[in-house]
Design a protein around this ligand. Structure first.
Ligand code: B12
Ligand code: SF4
Length: 509
């Protein structure tokens, strides 16, 4: 039996955040390897002939002689997943759908596949495989919460690792917070489950052996359970750059309450975990209160960010606009806030109500859901919300958010933030500082290409020169500054006429 496992290209519509997924280059490169399909692959028995396709880096092969096509679907992948499923089914090939959006909005997929896997795969994998091999796959399997101590490691050996910048290891699932716009709680629960440290280190070692020197610890909230995080960080610190290994740089997602734990932050830096996405969302207390983002409330966010970056953990911060308490002044307010923080990269997004969230239910009850785009499109990435905002029109919200994004990417503004960031950023432990020759060529190639292309643009060149100067003055932060520069240029370039907008295999084709 042959199974073709596909991660479809994301579709962000007009102006999404596809820089998160792919480098904006002619030759497609994924920012991160596709963990969903590699994880599901681990559960197929040896007798099944498996092939993986990450559509960010290679086109779907419609001539594959598969018996089954299995597709992983998050909200951004819905349009492509539907179209790929239709094409294979038209050829008589059976299709299985699973993944985050199938789990959160299963009704949307009724009738589009021969089998739906709703929820986490591991708990139903045994029954699924038995039925698959016996040729009696049911129309639907409902997975419960997996025990992460018992899960199998992903089959990265089947993935095209030369074409992804960062490897991925999930160390926990779930988040105990209750931000009302977030569907992680519905998908994975509020009780966070953890993978034992030794299993995490094994998965990290596998990725290292495959050549990765950047690894995303793909958790929803890595630091929220302090004790387990501390244990895991100790294990990673013991492993990183030890026994003749080159240094690895880790990244993850955390909440800003981590600033209250200086010891934990110091351990992050010691382990090489020096990059994190943090949902700051807004400087408005009213907006934080209405969205139940309680971990960001009653603290001085500027001071907290200074502590995190000062401890050596660089941040990309999420900013949201369009809360009920936001009026038209919110764009400038968010801009001023962003410019006071030691942060270079931001992800400004309009507030959207994803299906399955408390916010969606509230907006639906109030008659304020205007378009059910979140069923089928990652409108969190674009700028058109599915909510009727309280104090502006949707178009004004979209325009203001576009303005904020452009303003933050403006080279002069970026230079001011790079200068502040470089002043505040804590040193990297010397044994984790990477020499330029230590980055494997397959992964440094795209960054070099981006630098070369960007340096022909006057604004980008100014930023590159500024960051080179700063990193000469602070050699122990050079790797972090370069990483931030790479992220900046990848976003900046997409706004310029000289750059390719998409960067996925599908966009290039
Ligand atoms: C890391 C991460 C990213 C990374 C990419 C990681 C990667 N390449 O794998 C980056 C930063 C690029 C990213 C981007 C985006 N992400 Co993201 N991401 C995550 C995060 C934190 C972890 C993903 C992960 O590593 N999962 C590990 C794998 C093993 O788990 P899994 O994919 O959930 O799969 C399990 C099941 O769903 C099932 N399964 C999965 N696929 C299949 C397929 C079949 C056939 C079967 C049977 C089963 C099955 O089995 C797996 C094991 O149980 C999740 C939150 C979370 N905790 O899941 C959000 C999450 C998946 N992302 C989300 C979103 C919205 C996005 C973006 C659209 C954001 C944006 N606006 O730009 C983009 C889309 C990018 C894209 N390429 O499609 C949402 C999806 C919600 C939804 N309704 O679909 C999530 C749930 C978080 C959230 N609520 O915001 N993301
Ligand atoms: S902290 Fe992050 S993952 Fe947790 S509920 Fe809030 S937005 Fe979701």
């Amino acid at each position: 039996m042959r199974v073709y496992l596909i991660a479809p290209a994301p579709d962000f519509g007009r102006d999404g955040l596809d820089e998160d997924s792919a480098m904006g280059l002619d030759r497609p490169v994924a920012m991160q390897a596709a963990a969903g399909i590699a994880t599901v692959a681990a559960y197929f028995p040896d007798e099944v002939d498996l092939r993986l396709c990450d559509e960010i880096i290679e086109p779907v092969d419609y001539d594959d002689p598969a018996d089954y096509v299995a597709i992983s679907v998050n909200v951004a992948q819905v349009p492509r997943a539907m179209s790929i499923a239709r094409a294979f089914r038209a050829k008589g090939i059976r299709v299985v759908l699973g993944g985050p959006h199938v789990s959160l909005a299963p009704d949307l997929f009724e009738g589009t596949a021969d089998c739906l896997v709703v929820g986490e795969f591991e708990p139903v994998a045994g029954a699924f495989m038995e039925d698959l091999l016996a040729g009696r796959l049911k129309p639907r399997y409902d997975g419960s919460k997996a025990d992460l101590a018992a899960t199998l490691p992903p089959r990265w050996d089947l993935y095209d690792n030369e074409r992804a910048l960062a490897g991925v290891v999930q160390t926990s699932r779930g988040c105990p917070f209750e931000c009302n716009f977030c569907d992680v709680i519905q998908y994975l629960g509020r009780v966070q489950r953890h993978k034992p440290a030794e299993k995490v280190v094994q998965e990290v070692q596998t990725l290292y052996d495959l050549g990765y020197r950047q690894i995303n610890l793909s958790d929803d909230n890595f630091t929220v359970y302090r004790q387990r995080t501390s244990t895991l960080l100790s294990a990673l610190a013991d492993w990183n750059a030890a026994d003749g290994r080159q240094p690895v740089s880790f990244m993850t997602q955390m909440s800003i309450d981590v600033a209250k734990s200086p010891d934990l932050l110091a351990k992050c830096s010691q382990a090489g975990l020096r990059f994190a996405f943090v949902g700051l969302e807004t400087s408005s207390e009213e907006a934080l209160t209405e969205s139940r983002k309680r971990q960001n409330l009653r603290v001085d966010l500027v001071e907290q960010c200074m502590k995190v970056v000062g401890a050596g953990v660089s941040m990309t911060a999420g900013l949201m606009l369009g809360f009920d308490s936001d009026d038209l002044s919110c764009f400038e307010r968010q801009f001023s806030f962003a410019m006071t923080l030691p942060i270079v990269m931001y992800r400004p997004a309009v507030l959207v109500a994803p299906v399955a969230t408390p916010l969606y239910d509230a907006m639906k009850a109030a008659g304020r859901i205007v378009e059910d785009v979140t069923q089928t499109r990652a409108s969190t990435a674009g700028t058109m919300t599915n909510i009727q905002p309280m104090q502006m029109t949707r178009a004004q919200l979209a325009e203001g958010t576009d303005w904020l994004k452009r303003s933050l990417l403006d080279p002069e503004n970026a230079i001011r933030r790079f200068e502040l960031y470089a002043r505040v950023l804590g040193d990297c432990p010397p044994h984790l500082v990477r020499g330029i020759r230590e980055v494997p060529t397959a992964r440094s190639g795209p960054l070099i290409e981006l630098l070369t292309k960007s340096s022909r643009d006057r604004g980008a060149r100014r930023v590159i020169e500024c960051v080179s100067d700063l990193s000469r003055k602070r050699p122990l932060t050079r790797g972090d500054l370069m990483q931030a520069l790479g992220l900046y240029l990848n976003s900046y370039a997409r706004q310029q006429p000289w750059a390719r907008a998409g960067g996925t295999a599908r966009a290039v084709a």
